[in-house]
Design a protein around this ligand. Structure first.
Ligand code: 2HG
Ligand code: ZN
Length: 435
């Protein structure tokens, strides 16, 4: 248990610098039984708790808002052997994604979710937020990797479903209910996770395209002709200029590029021929760079993966994470800078994302006092296209006021009923998902 104010500070501030709050203390239990004891003690006196993993969340869901106990799960780092017959393994909630990746690769397999915050993000937090990342088009989001979980409920009781049954038709799926619940329904302490084949041969192509529409038009072709496709990431000149300034990188192409599309193929044997064939035929292609050796692959990925850090280095952004039906993405990309400028003329709107899922990260710098006005304007534009106000980062403390744009009154009432049934005192992550 930590109470020294200097030590508490890193647990009280989120990664973006936007969310912070005092905690009464930080507790760092070492196993599920200790987590349960902490939750029982808090429940007995009605003290609220905020569960925290690697503190890489982007919507303020893992930091206190005022006086809560921070329940850090970073010491829950058990990693089981890969069960080869089942293609599964067990992992403690505090295992980082990078440690999980090293562990499963040593056993000759791979984990299906990957994201830029891999060195700090924990699998518990990734499950709690149903994290997505760069491989969703191939393997689905975190939800699709989870076959079981162990969790402490709000009264301190423990639910354990770690048997790893891939088929189980015995009523409500409590494990999947916890995935994406952002710590509001229970504290996930361990997970039973699926593994996927380890594909060591990579080929990355960075395409300079004449428009976002050209990127979207390429998607059906990629899906039909490139089963090796493992990532399709979209970004733009403004983001690249920030990445270059922050990371000191050269310009990827000589000329101005209206839309960048990074494609990665992964396979057992070199996938470059298939990718190059397709790139050669792509409509709207202005230029392309291709990499197959590890260092060049990393160098091309850096233009995409360094976006979040480069943006943060410029100031605290209005950070939005939306998805729309993919066909409507080009229209949204075109409209958003105007939508933002109408409420905050000096703002810079940085757009990037995971194009296959219609998932756009909207980071608005220099919005000044217009934080909520920018959020409102962008999320209304998204909702009018039938989109989601949070694609893969969660609702957290940042978005409850806009949840009604993506969820009907009937859905919200059902969600509140679930919350009330599992956490009647409202001690688990209060203020997260629901204001
Ligand atoms: C990514 O895709 C993450 O890199 C972070 O989801 C996005 O910083 C962001 O807005
Ligand atoms: Zn993302």
């Amino acid at each position: 248990m930590l109470v020294d104010p200097d030590v508490l500070s890193s647990y009280e501030h989120d990664w973006t610098g936007r969310f912070s709050g005092r905690s009464s203390c930080v507790v760092r239990p070492a196993d599920t039984a200790q987590v349960a004891a902490v939750v029982r003690a808090c429940a007995a006196v009605g003290t609220p708790l905020v569960t925290q993993g690697g503190n890489t969340g982007l919507v303020g869901g893992g930091v206190p808002s005022g006086g809560e106990v921070v329940l850090s799960l970073r010491r829950l780092t058990d990693l089981g052997e890969v069960d080869r017959a089942a293609g599964q393994l067990s992992a403690g909630a505090g295992v980082t994604l990078a440690d999980l990746q090293r562990h499963v690769r040593a056993a000759g397999v791979e984990f299906g979710v990957d994201l830029a915050a891999r060195d700090s993000a924990t699998v518990g937090g990734m499950a709690a937020t149903n994290a997505g990342g760069i491989r969703v088009l191939r393997y689905g989001s975190m939800r699709a990797q989870v076959l079981g979980a162990e969790a402490v409920l709000a009264d301190g009781s423990v639910v354990s479903r770690m048997g790893g049954l891939t088929k189980d038709g015995t009523g409500y799926d409590l494990v999947q209910l916890l995935i994406g619940s952002e710590g509001t329904l229970g504290v996930v302490t361990a997970l039973r996770l699926k593994v996927v084949p380890l594909l060591r041969s990579s080929c990355v192509a960075l395409l300079a395209l004449e428009s976002t529409q050209a990127a979207v038009d390429l998607l059906p072709v990629l899906r039909e002709r490139l089963p090796q496709l493992a990532a399709a990431e979209l970004f733009y000149e403004l983001g690249v200029s920030l990445v270059r300034r922050h990371a000191g990188l050269p310009a990827p192409f000589d000329a101005h590029v209206p839309a960048y599309l990074l494609l990665e193929c992964l396979d057992r044997s070199d996938p470059s021929e298939a990718l190059l064939d397709l790139v050669g035929e792509a409509q709207g292609l202005l230029d392309a760079r291709v990499a197959t050796d590890a260092a060049s692959v990393r160098a091309l990925w850096a233009y995409r993966e360094a976006h979040t850090e480069a943006i943060n280095a410029e100031g605290v952004p209005v950070k939005l994470d939306v998805s729309v039906p993919t066909a409507t993405l080009p229209g949204l990309v075109e409209q958003l800078p105007e939508v933002v400028a109408a409420v905050s003329p000096a703002a810079r709107t940085v757009l990037f994302g995971h194009v296959n899922e219609g998932n756009l990260h909207v980071n608005v710098l220099d919005a000044g006092e217009e934080h909520d006005a920018v959020t409102e304007a962008v999320l209304q534009a998204v909702a009018s296209r039938g989109g989601s106000i949070s694609s893969e980062h969660g609702v957290g403390r940042a978005k409850p006021a806009w949840l009604h744009l993506s969820r009907s009154q009937t859905e919200l009432a059902a969600m509140r009923a679930v919350k009330g049934a599992l956490d009647p005192q409202g001690i688990l992550n209060p203020g997260v998902i629901f204001a």
